[in-house]
Design a protein around this ligand. Sequence first.
Ligand code: ADP
Ligand code: ZN
Length: 601
Amino acid sequence: MLKRALAVLKDTYGYSAFRGHQGDAIACALNGIDCVVLMPTGGGKSLCYQIPPLVTGGCALVVSPLIALMQDQVAALERLGVAAACLNSSMSSAEQAAVTRRLREGELRLLYVAPERVLQPRTVEALSTASISLIAIDEAHCVSQWGHDFRQDYLELGALAEHFPGVPRMALTATADERTRTDIAARLALDAPHWFVGGFDRPNIRYTVRARGNARTQLESFLAQFRGQAGIVYCMTRRKVEETAEALCAAGFNALPYHAGLDARTRADNQTRFLREDGLIMVATIAFGMGIDKPDVRFVAHLDLPKSVESYYQETGRAGRDGEAAEAWMVYGLQDVVRLRQMVDESPSSEEHKRVERHKLDALLGWCEATTCRRLPLLEYFGESHSEPCGNCDNCLEPPATFDATEDAQKLLSCVYRTGQRFGAAHVIDVLRGVDNDKMRQYQHSALSTFGIGSAHSVLHWRSVLRQLMVRGVLVADVERFGALRLEADARALLRGETRLFLREDIAVAKMPKRKSTAVASDVPLAREDEALWDALRACRKRLADADGVPPYVVFHDRTLKEMATRRPSTLAAMLNITGVGQAKLERYGAEFLALLNGEL
Ligand code: ADP
Ligand code: ZN
């Protein structure tokens, strides 16, 4: 049967091999076994439940929490020649009746239903008239109160086992933590499920973390390499989203804002534009992203630190789902350390919970300051151990310099001590650098022995040292005393010269890693002479997509167009060998693209 699954993969999707555990999950479904599939965003979860009904001719019921996402998937499946539909509250009763009829007549291979809907008596009744051969529960982590996307409706889904005895179920998620995993199997009442965990590496995503200088300038020079390409810029607050989007537009970028404070209409419009138009930059809070299934997001930039390594991984995972080279880029600085620690301290949650949060934050801060491969610890966090440095992160590509910071640290720590541990970062650095201002005179700090002992270094240098000392827990900013710096136990050994300290040299503001032709196997480099053709192919795709009312990537992915531009198939048969071209798309779009390739358009 797996042979037939492979034939479907080739004929329908135009792909030649399964990725990661796809084949195993499909085999389970075909053999009537429950399973849990844990794959990163972009790993290829949807094929796991889409292929079985195409092999058996049955119907897969897909429980999915986001209406927009369902509609996208149905549109994409229709382009592949697969009979698919959804049932949700945004549909008229006539539309719903039509779907029910197609279901009864055995016409549908896939039916997407929202969780609040699936157990309603009339839905169950409609489903009982069909031959449901598989139940897939997407975003299965929503069943866990432990996670951040908990949905009450998901708790009821265990009842599906009683309503559809003997029908195999498949739970899918990208969330990894242990507690959520246990909850998924228990709450969904899965029967001795097989577990498929893995493939968390996203080799096409390049990770880069920069010390924050002038964040806006840094961002603009980062974005300059992505003209005409789509990406997301995450900011912590609504205000910062608006300001950043405005500034980017003023600088000639095509940017839109998105946050929970915008009215529903504007939000929906901006989201649709992001999906349909080529090359938009979405500046957003984390309200944007979940369920955004756009495969050609080329970068995710963070202007503020996320909450944890796990959030960072989820958010950056929205880049490069199509497997083409993509960038995860972040600026981070002293402010983040102070503010995030403060947020944890001031949150109303229990001490126990705060301890967990602090731990998560420290793990992320430590990761930011790392001087070795960034990918290895990320994957370790998700339980995967790899031994070789990745060659596709900032630390691998441009190993950061470290310097002996023992003396600098001593100067800074004694300055904090001499000023009575009563002042924040800005003033302490002023004292070090010997700045003459009102505050200095008011407290007579120019008389201190530490006044001016750090004048040889810039403010940025001192902020970098201070930040790294804080991340290491040598210094803390006391929230209750307006961020006054205080020495911790570890400071003593440093001050006495008993330990030496090596810190990372921050990379100069706005300096970018050179974009060498990347080592990523999946990336198809485009030769200069192919670029004009590539543009023409993109224009053709946009035209066909607009005529069909779907986003361009539903017609063909970038990868497919790039292959067309480099391999230049001249017949329909040759076109079928291009990745992403299956039978249905060949019939629908083949002739048009072929005409273009043969110079007839
Ligand atoms: P997920 O739901 O896990 O985030 P998707 O199912 O949306 O991921 O798949 C991500 C992308 O990878 C899609 O564009 C899909 O077409 C592509 N893809 C999935 N499986 C394969 C495969 N075996 N070969 C090539 N591309 C694949
Ligand atoms: Zn690396």
